[in-house]
Design a protein around this ligand. Structure first.
Ligand code: URA
Length: 213
């Protein structure tokens, strides 16, 4: 897909997300939050669901958690938020920031799957357990954070990199330290993902969920 085709496809998804009223949280949203960033991004961050600030602005990760994400991106990778793509599992704010319900995740799944296919990133960095659970089942985030793995998804192979949610990092100093370390490892992963030895399309066909390093 050309960059222009990607922009068009992402805009079409965003229009659908904004027009949809089939969920209670969609009907109550001030703004839907489809996602934003570089359509050619090599790293895609997937969070959980919009919070208060995101709902107000219609943009992902613009509150305190977003500030930490932006700061970490800049410090560890020398990147701005415009250099990556940022979205969420659920595109509307759940009331009182409760966990998303399974039916809400299910309804939003097709939009996220299409965003992934259009952007086709090298690395999908999952933020928090709901996002991780889309790709990696039956494991806890405390066990697997910072450990990249190949995941075959919708006919393509991606490097999935599970990370703590930045909001969790803001709540506990020990998690913040892990979050920072994982961001530094993301830099190394990003560099090596571009080399032939670890590029997903060059790897031997193996199990659909293989550990990368
Ligand atoms: N937390 C999320 O998971 N996503 C956002 O967009 C903001 C906060």
């Amino acid at each position: 897909m050309t960059r222009e085709e990607k922009i068009e496809a992402l805009e079409e998804i965003a229009l659908e997300v904004r027009a949809f009223k089939g969920l209670e949280i969609a009907r109550h949203a001030t703004n839907a939050v489809p996602g934003e960033g570089d359509p050619d991004a090599e790293i895609m961050f997937i969070g959980e669901a919009p919070g208060f600030n995101e709902d107000k602005q219609g943009r992902p990760f613009v509150g305190q958690a977003g500030k930490l994400l932006e700061k970490s991106l800049q410090e560890s990778l020398g990147m701005n938020r415009d250099d990556v793509y940022i979205t969420n599992i659920v595109k509307y704010r759940p009331p009182d920031n409760r966990d998303p319900f399974p039916d809400e995740i299910e309804v939003c799944r097709d939009w996220l799957d299409r965003q992934i296919r259009v952007i086709s990133p090298k690395i999908i960095a999952t933020l928090g357990r709901f996002s991780m659970g889309k790709f990696i089942e039956g494991l806890t985030i405390s066990r697997v954070h910072g450990q990249p793995r190949f995941v075959d998804f919708a006919g393509s192979r991606y490097i999935v990199y599970p990370m703590y949610h930045p909001a969790a990092a803001l709540r506990a100093g020990s998690v913040l330290e892990q979050f920072r370390q994982d961001f530094n490892k993301l830099k190394a992963l990003f560099t090596s993902a571009s080399s032939p030895a670890t590029a997903p399309d060059q790897s031997p066909s193996g199990p659909s969920q293989g550990s990368l390093f």
